[in-house]
Ligand binder design. Structure first.
Ligand SMILES: [Zn+2]
Length: 493
């Protein structure tokens, strides 16, 4: 009854009578997925030209960027010229915030302020206009449509960090003369709307605390309480950080605890799941899984479908995703590269060619599900890209695929100290013996025969400032980074 009311009456009515057009955008995004690739590409190029022209006219950041290479925004929108525009780093979004990034004509508009904590702990602040917010929400709903589930079902979320709305009256902390630029009264509206109305009554979203947040020092996570709570709520969608799901699945196997009841699927968010771990989680919980990718700057720009649970269909009319080599040139389809992402609809604070900090491959072959949008095969964070002693690049995803399900292994953390020296922190499963031979064989194959690996047993690994776990920490990844971002020696997050 609730779903019918929402989908048939309320959402279409809100979309046609108010500026909250998410439902209309959702329909358009879903239809675009089935259009031929060249039609999707043409539409994307039109949107790119619009956002480039706007950003050039309205913001200092992008005017300087284009002027520095002497290219007009109209020329920059052409697909062979666009890669010459330097990548935007997260530091570019912080320096001089908000004066350099906030579009002039939006300075008195209704704006939502959102912040997020990166892996390294530097907060990033974002400003979103109403249309951008509606596209972002539509992109989340689209990810559920692609995954083949009800977009408005009951959700339980257990993720390390969330993009939180904030009111910029505390702008003094941000620095600069923000008083004229930050109309706090409107930002407060969005915060109140989300926290008190939408999350509770509309989204039916239940947020559980990240793992380890309340665990006493030296003590583990109470997995049973999470399993009981999921079971009590019986969600349509368990939105969960993949490593949490893996730890819950291992706990269930070890203790014989039955899986919690989930009506729909598990939706991996905030991190990547390797195919073997995905299979193990799916079998342990007895439900299908889907994978999404994105970030606070974009919401979700990729989502997997029922036919292919590991690769994600790109929302081509929402964001433009490129893969580039470290010299900035475009990768061929199937080639591993840095992901640069452009938000095609954000106007208050345009985001163009942002170094997302992720690596992956884009594939163009059509999918069995019938969607023709390009798909992305994500390979993890760039800080996990290891250049091994044989001169080969190894992505964190490959190492996780090899080690996470080794007999007796609860978790691990591989820290590269020099091109051929590593420390492997090993967290054994309680009461289990680790299959050391399997670990040695896998690492020898991935890191090269000359790699020296010191193993250290630990009781736990500590999450990063974002509450995520970095299982692979490389000290050679900078060479993989796109050069225009690397030159400034700026952190990725
Ligand atoms: Zn598909």
């Amino acid at each position: 009854m609730r779903k019918t009311l929402l989908q048939q009456i309320l959402m279409p009515a809100v979309s046609s009578l108010t500026p909250f057009k998410s439902w209309q955008y959702l329909k358009e995004m879903c239809a675009a997925d089935f259009e031929p690739l060249d039609v999707q590409r043409g539409r994307r190029e039109e949107l790119l030209a619009e956002v480039l022209s706007f950003a050039y006219d309205e913001t200092e950041l992008y005017r300087e960027k284009l002027d520095s290479i002497g290219i007009s925004p109209q020329a920059a929108a052409q697909s062979d010229i666009f890669p010459r525009v330097s990548a935007t780093t997260k530091q570019d979004l912080r320096t001089g915030f908000p004066a350099r990034q906030l579009a002039r004509s939006y300075r008195s508009a209704w704006l939502r302020y959102s912040n997020t904590s990166g892996t390294s702990g530097y907060p990033l602040q974002l400003i979103q206009d109403l249309q951008d917010i509606c596209y972002k929400y539509a992109a989340i709903l689209r990810s559920r449509m692609v995954a083949g589930v009800d977009p408005l079902g009951l959700q339980v979320r257990i993720t390390p960090n969330e993009c939180q709305p904030f009111v910029p009256e505390k702008a003094g902390r941000i620095g600069g003369d923000c008083s004229k630029l930050m109309p706090g009264r409107h930002a407060a509206f969005f915060k109140l709307l989300e926290r008190q109305v939408l999350n509770r009554w509309f989204h039916r979203r239940y947020m559980l605390d990240p793992f380890w947040r309340h665990a006493a020092k030296g003590q583990g996570v109470d997995y049973s309480s999470y399993i009981k709570e999921i079971d009590r709520l019986r969600p349509d969608l368990l939105v969960i950080y993949p490593l949490y799901a893996l730890l819950l699945a291992k706990h269930m196997r070890r203790t014989g605890t039955p899986a919690p009841r989930i009506r729909g699927i598990i939706d991996f968010s905030g991190g990547l799941c390797t195919p073997n771990v995905r299979e193990f989680i799916s079998q342990s919980f007895g439900v299908r899984t889907s994978q999404c990718c994105g970030g606070c700057e974009f919401s979700r720009y990729g989502a997997s479908c029922e036919a292919d649970p590991d690769r994600m269909h790109l929302a081509e009319t929402h964001c433009y995703v490129e893969t580039v080599h470290s010299d900035g040139s475009a990768c061929e389809p199937g080639e591993l590269g840095n992901l640069l992402v452009t938000n095609l609809h954000g106007r208050a604070m345009p985001i163009i060619r942002l170094e997302s900090g992720d690596v992956g491959r884009i594939v163009e072959e059509p999918c069995e599900c019938g969607r023709l949008s390009r798909r992305i095969e994500h390979a993890g964070r760039i800080q996990g890209m290891i250049l091994n002693a044989d001169g080969q690049w190894v992505a964190s995803r490959e190492i996780e695929q090899e080690l996470l399900l080794v007999q007796g292994m609860e978790l691990f953390q591989l820290v590269q100290q020099s091109p051929d020296q590593y420390e492997l922190h090993v967290i054994p499963e309680p009461g289990e013996r680790i299959d050391e031979a399997a670990v040695d064989q896998s690492l020898g194959r991935l890191l090269g025969a000359s790699a020296r690996i010191k193993k250290v047993r630990q009781a736990t690994i500590h999450p990063e400032a974002s509450w995520k776990l970095m299982l692979v920490k490389s000290n050679t990844f900078e060479e993989f980074r796109v050069a225009s971002a690397r030159r400034g020696k700026v952190p990725i997050n």
